[in-house]
Design a protein around this ligand. Sequence first.
Ligand SMILES: Cc1cc2nc3c(=O)[nH]c(=O)nc-3n(C[C@H](O)[C@H](O)[C@H](O)COP(=O)(O)OP(=O)(O)OC[C@H]3O[C@@H](n4cnc5c(N)ncnc54)[C@H](O)[C@@H]3O)c2cc1C
Length: 485
Amino acid sequence: MPPPVGTPERPLRVAIVGAGPSGFYTAAALLAAAGLEVSIDLFDRLPAPHGLVRYGVAPDHPKIKAVSRVFEKLALDPRLRFLGNVEVGRDLRHGDLRRHYDQVVYAVGGQSDRQLGVPGEDLPGSYSSTEFVAWYSSHPDFIDLEPSLDCAEAAVVGIGNVAMDVARILARDPDELAATDIADVALDALRGSRIRDVHVLARRGAVQAKCSPPELKELGEMAGVDVVVDPAELEIDEASAAELAEDRQAQKNLEILRAFADRGRTGRPRRIHLRFLVSPVEIVERDGRVGALRIERNRLEPTDGGAARAVGTGEFETLPVGMVVRAVGYRSLPLPDLPFDDRKCIIPNNRNRILDPQTGRPQPGEYVVGWVKRGPTGLIGSNKPDGVETAAAMLEDLPSLVPASDENAAPAALDRLLAGRGVRVVTFADWQRLDRLEAERGRPQGRPRVKLCRIAEMLAALEDVDRDVEAFARAEVTVEDPDDP
Ligand SMILES: Cc1cc2nc3c(=O)[nH]c(=O)nc-3n(C[C@H](O)[C@H](O)[C@H](O)COP(=O)(O)OP(=O)(O)OC[C@H]3O[C@@H](n4cnc5c(N)ncnc54)[C@H](O)[C@@H]3O)c2cc1C
């Protein structure tokens, strides 16, 4: 009789795909499960772990990034291996994971963005927040974006927290950003930026604004920036008044917005204009790139579901912007050989289990967590209960588990597979070396770190360190002992 899975003789082998918050929190919940022997491989397509904590959270919010320390501590657990620079879908396929693991969790987040669906959206000078945020955060896929900031006015479409981040980065004095871990290319570009007016556009009213009050308030606390709000756009219709009465966040936001409107312009050199009840209808081309943004005024209409809907009034306005950032939501992308819900842009699932679209039944041993499970909403902390929930479903399914063969489940078998495919796996020890190197690069400039921006640069840095370590080891062996005759 083979030993049961989940015991010291045969630990439960789990693959978690994606080392962002949801992947880490799921790992934490599994590692904490009483009486379970588990061996987890946590994959990421990038050499660096932490997902959007590293590549999304704004550089001027360093305290929020401190959550990485929780993940770092977790990664020291010998039952967890980090395998960075391994992309599922490219280096490993769905079938490989099924063969080598008893259970697989997909925690791949949202890698793309939602479209506005207006003409001109693809013009040079029009960017998604996914691209723009990843650019200033040194994401290897977007570091060469080179957004042109050679215009006096820019628009940010959307009024969620990501829109707040983008507006802040565009309007903030670059000298303040110089103390952060923002990408050097972004810092240089922002130093040369001509942007003085940033228009943040909300489709619905102030009551429906999705941003959280501290993020909204922070706009008004930036040196050299006026926040401009037209009091007429804060007027509340009957349906919104009812919504407002029930919603503490909306009440706080409205209070902050009214204070901005009261303060008005104070002659500061840069301005953020918060606009409500307007929708972009066309990004207008000029000389082959964004030359202006046509917007339409909206009014709110109640819906059967209760949420107010924006409806165009036929009144238009043109903003003379040279750049547009669309911050209307992230979106997950399909993975090869896995089902995907094109409408909701998530992996279809029921109670954390991936559903086979043909049968509508769970695909045994396959789970989801985080943004790819529930869509791109929620804070870092929201992924903690989400990870606990997914881990609970995995544990609940253990009695009916169809395990991988003992031979394939051995970690060495997976290592051999990756080595045979020529994949340079970045281990947690490798990442710790990169982490130290980035911190060292930042120290002389008083910055928390200067990030390595390209995968090749990260791998080359690891080779350099390997060479130094080898040379040091050789020198130690050959050093002559002066007391030895
Ligand atoms: C711009 C922005 C700013 C934010 N700021 C804050 C904030 O200030 N405070 C806060 O609490 N929350 C913030 N959030 C929300 C928070 O970042 C998310 O809730 C959280 O990161 C979602 O976690 P996740 O694990 O689902 O996805 P992610 O963090 O996106 O992690 C997914 C991981 O999967 C990896 N991956 C993807 N595809 C593959 C593949 N094929 N193979 C292997 N690996 C793969 C990715 O490289 C990534 O590391 C912000 C979000 C954004 C977009």
